[in-house]
Design a protein around this ligand. Structure first.
Ligand code: NAD
Length: 268
């Protein structure tokens, strides 16, 4: 791919992984951006910018074909911080894309957009959002924002509800939620290139037998995960959640029980 692709959050964990793996896949015109410069190679193009700054984001998305949007606070934080970085930041990014006629956006959504679903419920692309935190709410917002920009302005989008993207699973919950770096790269690549995409929600998960998600929409688009959590010995994984009965009930795990003032039996 010779067209320009912008990766936000390029100094972070997954943005950094994708910045390198997409280059290895043959993306020749990659530009990274982040509010700090970290782990960026000498030959890699990089722009320092804050997503809160619409003017800066508009300037750097000129001539861009697709944006891989991974820049965000990736965990729970205060409502003002999430509002500024994740909600306004993502709004700015889509606005900049509209102004500059960017064709596609791949949005790093999260399992925390659906975290208050029970673990016994198998979800698919049409399942209701059920955010479990301010963070999850910002991802639910991003999913709807991208649907709106697709319908209204024809900016195609793929939202990847990422489970747990790590080199290897570390916790028992990851048996259901893990996705490898290679499988995430494959999904992002499909999101950038697949002609049939208008707006789509897929699950960012490898081929895990104990998955809570029916990812058939991703498979229809040609996703063929190479990895699976099945090969890891569950007994070697941490039992982080096992003293937290509430976390064990819901897909979002410990995000659901933090600051919880509700009534579990009402969350069906
Ligand atoms: N790691 C996972 O398993 C996982 C799971 C679900 C979703 N995600 C999503 O994937 C994305 C990347 O997550 P990560 O684990 O690599 O997190 P990370 O913290 O390592 O990377 C996020 C990057 O975004 C940048 N950033 C934050 N606010 C910004 C702003 N206002 N302007 C510009 N840059 C800003 C940070 O500086 C950081 O480098 C996030 O959107 C996260 O919500 C990750």
């Amino acid at each position: 791919m010779n067209k320009k692709v912008l990766v936000t959050g390029a100094s972070g964990h997954l943005g950094g992984v994708l910045f390198r793996s997409l280059a290895n896949l043959g993306y020749k015109n990659l530009v990274g951006t982040d509010l700090k410069k970290k782990n960026i190679g000498k030959n890699q193009k990089f722009i320092l910018a804050n997503l809160k700054n619409l003017k800066a984001i508009t300037k750097m998305s000129k001539g861009v074909h697709a944006i891989v949007h991974f820049g965000a606070i990736p965990i729970e934080d205060t409502q003002p911080n999430i509002l500024q970085n994740n909600i306004i930041g993502t709004y700015n990014l889509f606005e900049a894309a509209r102004i500059n006629k960017v064709k596609r956006i791949i949005f790093a959504s999260s399992n925390h957009a659906i975290g208050f679903h029970r673990r016994t419920t198998k979800l698919n692309e049409f399942s209701n959002q059920r955010p479990d935190s301010h963070y999850g709410l910002s991802k639910a917002f991003g999913e709807e924002l991208s649907r709106f920009y697709a319908d209204k302005f024809n900016i195609k989008s793929m939202c990847i509800r990422i489970g747990s993207c790590l080199k290897v699973p570390q916790d028992r919950r990851h048996v259901s939620t893990w996705i490898s770096y290679d499988d995430l790269t494959q999904l992002v690549d499909i999101g950038i290139k697949h002609k049939a995409i208008h707006h789509v929600i897929v699950y960012g998960a490898s081929k895990n037998k104990k998955s809570w998600w029916n990812n058939s929409r991703a498979y229809q688009l040609g996703y063929k995960p190479k990895d699976s959590s099945d090969k890891f010995d569950i007994h070697l994984l941490s039992k982080n959640e096992h003293k937290n009965k509430m976390a064990l009930l819901f897909q979002g795990g410990v995000f659901t029980s933090a600051n919880f003032k509700g009534d579990i039996k009402n969350i069906k």
